[in-house]
Design a protein around this ligand. Structure first.
Ligand SMILES: Cc1cc2nc3c(=O)[nH]c(=O)nc-3n(C[C@H](O)[C@H](O)[C@H](O)COP(=O)(O)OP(=O)(O)OC[C@H]3O[C@@H](n4cnc5c(N)ncnc54)[C@H](O)[C@@H]3O)c2cc1C
Ligand code: FES
Length: 260
């Protein structure tokens, strides 16, 4: 659906001090990788990935980072928000041996993906990375499911110390995967891409969005003009390989380059 609907917040779960999951009782019919545009009707409209979606409800997991998300964190169950979507491309649902690599709030859309992959009987390994133990997301949910789950933190405060790419390096020395899916910071996905050149992959991209329906051109990627809101946010290997800005810069609301 891509009409606007206004609905009450159904549930709020505190994941960490700065990350909350908001659940809405509505059949959004979204696919893994897609996103919604959300406004609290008080100013601004922002994109958020679908973290889970069933016939009865869907969720988004939000990091408190600026003005809009700080206001969202003050909302209560029953408060009205307005959404449009779900928008964008979605992950291919493989039946084979797959590796999911995520960091930060890239993990929630990969959780939704893992549920659909499980329905398709894929053989799944998840590598979940965070800066510290307190930043790790969705461990409880992944551990409930029939998949291999590997945690790593930058500072070693939970499980091993290191990065997701360290784990991927070790895995690829011993075994092979048919497909790799990733979502998280560009720099993390770029380091991953450098390691997995000969394997098929799909990455979820985030860029500043305004219209989310392909009109304004705000979210295009250099040099091929791919619109993250329409052709993305999930892009496959062939397109990702053509991107010159990937891992180097993104653009702010004014279109100015922000180097990483
Ligand atoms: C496809 C997609 C999926 C996303 N999924 C999630 C998610 O699941 N959870 C989550 O917490 N965040 C997600 N984001 C980022 C989220 O939209 C921003 O964190 C949010 O808009 C911040 O708004 P703010 O006013 O609180 O912060 P601001 O102070 O306005 O911005 C902080 C940072 O957030 C980003 N941002 C701000 N406005 C936008 C915008 N209109 N479009 C894209 N990025 C923006 C910029 O990097 C900016 O530097 C996603 C973004 C995209 C493009
Ligand atoms: S946000 Fe307007 S074209 Fe993508």
């Amino acid at each position: 659906m891509d009409k606007r609907i206004t609905i009450p917040i159904g549930k709020i779960k505190k994941e960490t001090e700065t990350v909350y999951t908001f659940t809405f009782f509505y059949d959004l019919k979204a696919k893994p990788g897609q996103f919604i545009m959300l406004t609290d009707l008080e100013g601004g409209e922002k994109p958020f990935s679908i973290a889970d979606c069933t016939e009865n409800e869907f969720s988004i997991t939000v990091k408190k980072i600026g003005e809009f998300t700080t206001r969202l964190f003050k909302k209560n169950v029953g408060d009205l928000i307005s959404i449009r979507g779900a928008y964008g491309s979605s992950f291919f649902i493989s039946k084979k041996k797959v590796l999911l690599v995520g960091g930060g709030y890239g993990i929630p859309p990969l959780y939704f993906l893992s549920k659909e992959l499980l329905k398709n009987k894929a053989d799944i390994t998840v590598v979940n990375g965070a800066r510290t133990k307190d930043d790790l997301l969705f461990s409880d949910r992944f551990l409930e499911n029939n998949l291999r789950y590997i945690l790593i933190t930058d500072d070693g405060s939970e499980n091993r110390k290191g990065t997701v790419v360290d784990v991927v390096n070790e895995l690829l020395e011993k075994e092979s995967f048919d497909m790799i899916y990733s979502a998280g910071p560009d720099k993390m996905m770029k380091a991953l891409q450098n390691r997995i050149k000969d394997i098929d992959y799909e990455f979820l991209f985030e860029r500043y969005m305004k219209c989310a329906i392909g009109i304004c051109g705000q979210c295009t990627l250099d040099p091929i003009g791919i619109r993250v809101c329409v052709e993305g946010p999930v892009l496959g290997k062939k397109l990702v390989e053509q991107l010159t800005e990937f891992g180097k810069y993104h653009r702010d609301a004014a279109g100015k380059r922000i180097e990483y």
